[in-house]
Design a protein around this ligand. Structure first.
Ligand SMILES: [Zn+2]
Length: 174
């Protein structure tokens, strides 16, 4: 893995020349992500980003993937859990909101500011977007899931999170 990542990037320039960046950041470095975690993270987020011009749509694109193991808190039993996150990046670079509106549905707009962007911030933004809204253990691994011997406070907690039960399956899918 190349260790020399640029501090800042100009996504449009990278897309015009066709560049690929891959690397990783310590989760410790990402303060906005840290604020959402249940414990001090000791892992990394690894990423791979490809900047290019798509011949067919003639759009300048950023596609890629990021992966991280995140220490979260299960919203059902309130115990720590590890979440294997896999995020997909599929963006097209646009210059304004109007252009963003006209993008094909598979692309997220990336609105170009014309200024250099900190690569770390870019990766952190994507990681934040990929994080689950509700984190839950799998039912068989969760002490508070459908357990008839669970105490009263446990049952109350289950009742509280029930509205999210359907979300759970979506969120656990990688
Ligand atoms: Zn749980």
């Amino acid at each position: 893995m190349p260790s020399e990542l640029p501090e800042t990037i100009d996504p449009m320039r990278l897309a015009k020349t066709g560049k690929e960046l891959s690397g990783s950041y310590d989760l410790h470095q990402l303060l906005r992500v840290n604020a959402l975690l249940g414990a001090d993270p000791d892992g990394q987020v690894s990423f791979r980003l490809k900047f290019f011009r798509d011949d067919e749509s003639r759009l300048f694109c950023i596609i890629g993937r990021l992966e991280a193991m995140l220490p979260l808190v299960c919203q059902r039993c309130l115990q720590p859990m590890q979440h294997q996150l896999g995020g997909i990046v599929n963006m097209a670079i646009v210059s304004d909101e109007a252009e963003a509106e006209s993008l094909p549905a598979q692309f997220e707009p990336y609105i170009e500011s014309g200024l250099p962007v900190k690569l770390q911030d870019f990766v952190e933004d994507e990681l934040l977007l990929a994080m689950p809204l509700v984190s839950l253990h799998e039912e068989k691994a969760c002490p508070a899931a459908d357990n008839p011997t669970e105490n009263k406070s446990g049952r109350e907690r289950i009742a509280k999170v029930n509205p999210f039960a359907e979300l759970k399956n979506l969120k656990l899918r990688k």
